[in-house]
Design a protein around this ligand. Structure first.
Ligand SMILES: *Cc1c(COP(=O)(O)O)cnc(C)c1O
Length: 351
């Protein structure tokens, strides 16, 4: 009999709500479809693709459009099939089996997931009670464990907490390890280190088109690093990792700077309105929910009723993310947020 090895024998395939619910506030995607005129442009772009040919392995046009949008040097950019793929490629190649990786708790769950598959040893660094990171302790943790890398998201998914540029620079300068900085939500905030990427020889910044850029379906992620590291990432990724359709559409979207900035501002406003509404509910029921100030496109809430709230909302066709003592709610369209707020209110009133 063939036995699966111990690192994979208990794994189950990743699933998500797959559009089964009317109001989907569980995956931090953008709630907004592309406007009609852009869809028309995209249709003609797709018609001109050479479907019989392999994609450009360097995703040159896409990396140029991305780099121009963020005003950085395109040669330092590597495109991936979602930043998820890049996390996987980087962890598998830059660390050896049994090397140590520092991962913060709470943070994005995929870091541990890939590390386990690559037989990397994860060292868990606990955040403070208020969910912030004590940077001096994190530096100590990396150094005392002789870790080869540290990975974290800023702003953080799921906590929505942020770290300052100064703190992160302090970390980069005081560890003898690779710093993998996941800026998946940095479009919604303003402490990016993208502009300073060339200064550091131990930093990789990850960005994605799945959140503020609104292209989760295309699977587009980016790694930005100094020349030496970029060259290594480009050398270890699989050659045709980003398909031509995604390259072409991604290029077109990143060239529409005004559209992207407007979309981002619109989402930030919706998140702020959602936050204010939930904060108001909190003031009525301070023992039932505790809201954390949002900095991204979602709201993180501590509540002893997390599971009941989650189940109640699902019964009412609204999906959010259940996370133990917490729930995470993505800011949706205005009417979706209203439906959510109304159900949340009526449920908290009942219990
Ligand atoms: C959503 C998310 C990603 C994944 O982005 P993809 O490009 O869609 O793979 C990476 N990091 C964090 C923190 C995220 O929340």
């Amino acid at each position: 009999m063939y036995n699966l090895n111990e690192k994979i024998c208990n794994l189950q395939p990743y699933t998500h709500s797959s559009g089964g619910y009317k109001v989907r506030l569980d995956a931090n995607e953008s709630a907004f479809e592309l406007p009609c005129n852009m869809l028309e442009d995209i249709t003609s772009i797709v018609k001109n693709i050479d479907f019989n040919r392999y994609p450009d392995p360097t995703a040159n046009k896409l990396c140029k459009a991305f780099a121009k949008f963020y005003d950085i040097d395109y040669t330092l950019v590597t495109a991936g099939n979602g930043s998820d793929e890049l996390i996987s490629v980087i962890l598998s190649a830059f660390l050896m089996k049994n090397d140590k990786l520092v991962v913060c708790e709470k943070d994005f769950s995929m870091y541990n997931f890939y590390a386990n598959i690559f037989e990397i040893e994860c060292i868990t660094f606990d955040k403070k009670i208020d969910l912030n990171i004590d940077i001096d302790n994190l530096i100590k943790c990396v150094n005392e464990n002789n870790a080869k890398a540290v990975i974290f998201s800023n702003p953080c998914n799921p906590t929505s907490k942020t770290m300052s540029k100064d703190d992160i620079v302090k970390l980069i300068n005081n560890v003898n390890a690779l710093v993998i900085l996941d800026e998946a939500y940095m479009d919604f905030w303003n402490e990016t280190l993208l502009a300073e990427i060339q200064k550091y020889d131990n930093l990789i910044i990850l960005r994605t088109a799945s959140k503020a850029v609104g292209l989760a379906s295309l699977r587009l992620g980016f790694a930005v690093a100094c020349e030496k590291i970029s060259n290594a990432i480009k050398s270890v990724k699989s050659p045709y990792n980003v398909n031509t359709i995604s390259q072409e559409i991604g290029t077109y979207i990143y060239q529409n700077k005004k559209y992207l900035l407007d979309l981002k501002n619109y989402i930030v406003n919706l998140r702020q309105t959602l936050y204010n509404s939930i904060k108001e509910i909190e003031s009525k029921y301070p023992n039932k929910i505790e809201v954390i100030e949002g900095t991204s496109n979602f709201i993180f809430i501590k509540t002893p009723y997390s599971k009941c709230i989650y189940d109640y909302l699902l019964d009412n066709d609204i999906s959010i993310r259940y996370m133990g003592d917490y729930i995470r709610i993505t800011a949706g369209k205005s009417e979706e947020n209203e439906i959510l707020i109304n159900h949340l209110k009526s449920y908290l009133f009942k219990i």
